[in-house]
Design a protein around this ligand. Structure first.
Ligand SMILES: C[S@@+](CC[C@H](N)C(=O)[O-])C[C@H]1O[C@@H](n2cnc3c(N)ncnc32)[C@H](O)[C@@H]1O
Length: 328
């Protein structure tokens, strides 16, 4: 299981922390991080930090030294007063999903400042969207959530606590196998192209369902990440096609095929949540080579708002579009 490193303040006066490593993912079996740790404590500049594990044992840290100059200047950090800014460079290994605590000195019991916590990225937005959308169809019980694009199964795992059944579809054979090997309850992991699997699945399901549509190529080693806003996941993600780089738009995003199948052939109530809506119609939005240009926002809006089955259709926030449909 891949974890993401999240920051939590322990000392409430620490205002802000940045690991400055791009994607901070902890892969199964552990990883070495070369981190540039910057943080702001309005009271003072901190001259020394040590990293310890949750039992208080110092971590095998190669160097925790003040950095003279920020490798990647962070606007927010630079805007802070000099006396409050602390920055260090550290190389440390994490072998297990343990909590790392940054202290202000090596002495036992010295002031803990903040922690780095391996965490499963928590789709709180999905929970919030569901609360709202479910209240718009209060008499309908949604027992099933279908997710397209499993990746590390973080969303599927969280959603399995909110639904009786989760079905998560992933094109990549390894990602699907890794997810299935986690042995999670109430989740069925299916391997395949969701543009093909969803048209089959809509006939299998015998009651209302939520569809969380999140399948799309999210990059691999062929991407020039230095020219990208998004830093990428620590594994290759899948796309259709014969392997040309970058893949064509239709090979990257199966959203149109998924939507056609649900609107045309799913017989029950559905809530459809489309992730990454801001990428619709764009090229190179999150990373160099990303291509959603075969889709148009106007075209999708006409289809979603124009269907005679549509109960509601709205943009929830920049990233998410939500649609409710009634049974056929
Ligand atoms: C953004 S990630 C999914 C993240 C995941 N839903 C979550 O919330 O943690 C997109 C995933 O879609 C997968 N994918 C790409 N094309 C696909 C397709 N045609 N069918 C199914 N999965 C696909 C990629 O391999 C990648 O793992």
């Amino acid at each position: 299981m891949f974890y993401q490193l999240a920051f939590h303040r322990i000392d409430r006066s620490v205002r802000w922390v940045s690991l400055g490593t791009g994607a901070a993912w902890l892969p199964p079996g552990g990883a070495e991080f070369e981190a540039q740790i910057v943080f702001v404590d309005p009271r003072r500049r901190v001259e020394n930090i040590v990293l310890v594990d949750s039992t208080g044992r110092p971590l095998d840290t190669q160097s925790v030294e003040p950095v003279g100059e920020l490798v990647a200047p962070v606007e927010r950090f630079n805007a802070e007063p000099d006396h409050a800014k602390s920055f260090f460079r550290a190389t440390f290994r994490l072998d297990s999903p343990d909590v790392v605590i940054a202290q202000s000195s090596p002495q036992e019991g010295s002031e803990p400042l903040f922690s780095l916590v391996p965490t499963l990225s928590n789709p709180t937005f999905l929970f919030d969207i569901l609360q709202l959308a479910r209240s718009q169809v209060p008499d309908v019980r949604f027992e099933t959530l279908v997710e397209t694009g499993t990746l590390y199964a973080h969303t599927a795992f969280h959603a399995s606590h909110w639904f009786d059944q989760v079905i998560s579809v992933e094109l990549d054979v390894d990602l699907n196998r890794n997810a299935a090997a986690l042995g999670l309850d109430r989740i069925e992991f299916r391997q395949g192209d969701s543009g093909t699997v969803i048209p089959e699945l809509v006939h299998e399901l015998d009651g209302p369902a939520v569809f969380f549509l999140d399948a799309h190529w999210s990059g691999d080693a062929t991407v020039d990440w230095d020219k990208s806003r998004f830093r990428g996941f620590p594994t290759a993600t899948a796309h259709l096609g014969d392997g040309e780089a970058p893949p064509s738009s239709t090979d990257q995003v199966p959203l149109d095929k998924e939507l056609n199948a649900i609107l045309d052939d799913f017989a029950h109530h559905a809530i459809i949540i489309i992730d990454d809506w801001e990428s619709v119609g764009t090229k190179d939005h999150a990373f160099a080579g990303e291509d959603w240009s075969h889709l148009s926002e106007a075209g999708l809006l006409a289809q979603l708002r124009g269907s005679e089955r549509t109960l509601f259709a709205y943009r929830y926030d920049a990233k998410h579009f939500v649609v409710g449909i009634k049974p056929r």
